[in-house]
Design a protein around this ligand. Structure first.
Ligand SMILES: *Cc1c(COP(=O)(O)O)cnc(C)c1O
Length: 392
C-alpha cells in the first residue's frame, strides 16, 4: 500500500462487536475485564494480546501505534504524551543493554540537548556532539567515544541541514550503536529512516502529523528486535498518550500526506520569492540548488518534497528590526511550534536558541537577523502578500 492509502486505513476499523465503527472510538476506560478471569490472567502474563490497564495499552492508542508503524515501515510503535517523552523513551530503550554513551547531532531541538545534558548526563550518560553532515567527524567521534547510540534529526533546526541518513546508518551499524532519528521535520512522506538503517524513529506528533495545533503528542517507532523492550518501558514508566490525544492525532494523520504536499509546494514558492527579495540576505531551504546538502537532498528526498520549513536572514536587521517585521505580520502566526495548517514564524534568538550566548549562536550560524518560517496550507499568494507588506 502507498502512504496516502495507509494514512487513511492502517490501524482503523477494528471489530469490537457485531458492528464496525469507521473510526476507532475514544476508549477512556482505565481498566478492562473479561467474562472469564482465565483470559485476564493470560493477558497479564502476555500470553495473549489484550487490554487490562490503561498504562499497559488502550485500543485508541494501539490503533494510532499501528498506523504510525505502517507509515514508517517499523515493526511497532509506542504513542507517548509528548515528543520529548518519545525521545526519552527511545534513548532509554536504545541504551538499555548498550554503553551509556551517545553521539548526537550538535544542532538538535533545544529541549533534546537539555535532556541529554541536564537529565541524562547526571545519570551517567555521556554525550559527544558532532556535525552530522560531516561524515568524517561523525566517524571519528564514533571511534573515540564508542557510543551505544547515535541521535540525529532528519532536517536540522533552524538552518535546515540534511544529514546523509543512509551513510550515518552504515556508521552506526559498523560501530554497533543504535541509530535514533527524530523525523519530526520531514515526516514519513519525505523519508522513512528505518528503510535507511535507523533502529528508532521519533516524532513530535504535535507538529506535522497531528498538524492542527490542538494536541501534544509523541511517537516512537522501532525495529522488531526493540519492540519488547519498548513496550516494557511503556508499561513500567507510563509515558503513554491519553485516549483523547491519540484520537486527535490519528484524525490528523489521515490527511497529513495531503497537507505536507501542499506545505512543500507552498514552501517552494515562498523560498523562491524570498530569494529574490531585496530585503532578504539569505534563504536556508533544503530545496535550494545552492543548499550545502543539495546532493544528499536529491538522493534521499523525493523530487519537489523538501519540507515546509524555511529560515531566512533579513538584510542589516537586528533584534529591533526583526521584532518590527514580525509585529507587522497580519496572517502569519507569531507562535512557537511548526507543522500546523497555518503559517507560523519564530525568532530563534528569542525562543528555541535563547539559552545560548550571542557568540554561541553566531558560531552555529544563527544570527540575530534569522527568522524561521513554517509554511502552512493557505493560498500561497496570501502568504507572499503578508510577507511583502511586513518586509517593506
Ligand atoms: C517539537 C519538537 C520536539 C519535542 O516535541 P514536543 O511534542 O514539543 O515534546 C522534538 N524534536 C523536534 C524536532 C521538535 O520540533
Amino acid at each position: 500500500m502507498r502512504i496516502h492509502t495507509k494514512a487513511v486505513h492502517a490501524g482503523d476499523r477494528k471489530k469490537p462487536g457485531d458492528f464496525i465503527p469507521v473510526t476507532t472510538p475514544i476508549y477512556t476506560a482505565a481498566s478492562y475485564f473479561y467474562e472469564r478471569l482465565e483470559k485476564l490472567d493470560r493477558i497479564f502474563a502476555r500470553e495473549e494480546e489484550g487490554y487490562c490497564y490503561a498504562r499497559y495499552g488502550n485500543p485508541t492508542s494501539a490503533a494510532l501505534e499501528e498506523l504510525i508503524a505502517a507509515l514508517e515501515n517499523g515493526a511497532g510503535a509506542l504513542a507517548c504524551c509528548s515528543g520529548m517523552m518519545a525521545l526519552q523513551t527511545a534513548l532509554l530503550c536504545a541504551l538499555a543493554d548498550r554503553p551509556k554513551r551517545v553521539v548526537a547531532a550538535e544542532a538538535l531541538y533545544g529541549a533534546t540537548v537539555t535532556l541529554l545534558n541536564s537529565v541524562l548526563e547526571p545519570l551517567g550518560v555521556q554525550t559527544r556532539f558532532v556535525d552530522p553532515c560531516d561524515l568524517a567527524a561523525v566517524e571519528q567521534a564514533m571511534a573515540e567515544h564508542r557510543p551505544g547510540c547515535l541521535l540525529v534529526e532528519t532536517i536540522s533546526n533552524p538552518l535546515l541541514r540534511v544529514p546523509a541518513l543512509d551513510r550515518l546508518g552504515e556508521l552506526a551499524r559498523r560501530f554497533d550503536a543504535c541509530f535514533i532519528v527524530d523525523n519530526t521535520f520531514a515526516t514519513p512522506l519525505l523519508v522513512r529512516p528505518i528503510e535507511l538503517g535507523a533502529d528508532f524513529v521519533v516524532h513530535s506528533a504535535t507538529k506535522y502529523l497531528a498538524g492542527h495545533g490542538d494536541v501534544l503528542g509523541g511517537l516512537v517507532v522501532c525495529r522488531g528486535e526493540f519492540l519488547e523492550t519498548l513496550r516494557a518501558l511503556g508499561r513500567t514508566c507510563g509515558p503513554v498518550l491519553g485516549a483523547f490525544e491519540s484520537y486527535l492525532t490519528m484524525r490528523g494523520i489521515k490527511t497529513f500526506p495531503l497537507r505536507v504536499e501542499r506545505q512543500c509546494a507552498n514552501a517552494r514558492t515562498v523560498a523562491a520569492w524570498l530569494k529574490r527579495h531585496p530585503r532578504v540576505e539569505r534563504v536556508h531551504y533544503p530545496g535550494d540548488p545552492d543548499h550545502p546538502d543539495a546532493a544528499t537532498v536529491s538522493r534521499l528526498l523525493p523530487e519537489g518534497l523538501y519540507g515546509g520549513m524555511i529560515s531566512f536572514e533579513i538584510r542589516d536587521a537586528g533584534r529591533e528590526e526583526v521584532f518590527a517585521f514580525m509585529d507587522r505580520l497580519r496572517l502569519i502566526v507569531r507562535a512557537t511550534s511548526l507543522g500546523d495548517v497555518h503559517t507560523m514564524i519564530l525568532y530563534p534568538a528569542m525562543s528555541s536558541h535563547r539559552e545560548l550566548s550571542p557568540r554561541q549562536r553566531q558560531r552555529m550560524g544563527i544570527g540575530d537577523n534569522l527568522v524561521r518560517l513554517s509554511v502552512g496550507i493557505e493560498a500561497p499568494e496570501d502568504i507572499l502578500e503578508d510577507l511583502e507588506q511586513a518586509l517593506s
